[in-house]
Design a protein. Structure first.
Length: 69
């Protein structure tokens, strides 16, 4: 899967999840490794974003650079 396609799939999954505020999370992909960054409201939201991202097909691994505000 092309990295730009994977990034779009992850962003869509985050938008569709009611537990994540996708506009707070930046998504970058390099060779199937997805990096999430930005500031989120809670540890629970961060955990949910990681879980949603790992569930997207084509994601090899996830790097977490998100911070709780």
């Amino acid at each position: 899967i092309d990295d730009s396609v994977l990034t779009a799939k992850v962003k869509t999954a985050l938008i569709e999840s009611p537990d994540t505020k996708a506009h707070q999370i930046n998504v970058e992909t390099d060779h199937g490794v997805v990096q999430l960054s930005g500031f989120v409201n809670s540890k629970a939201m961060m955990d949910r974003a990681l879980e949603v991202t790992r569930g997207v097909s084509g994601v090899n691994s996830v790097k977490n650079d998100m911070r709780v505000r």
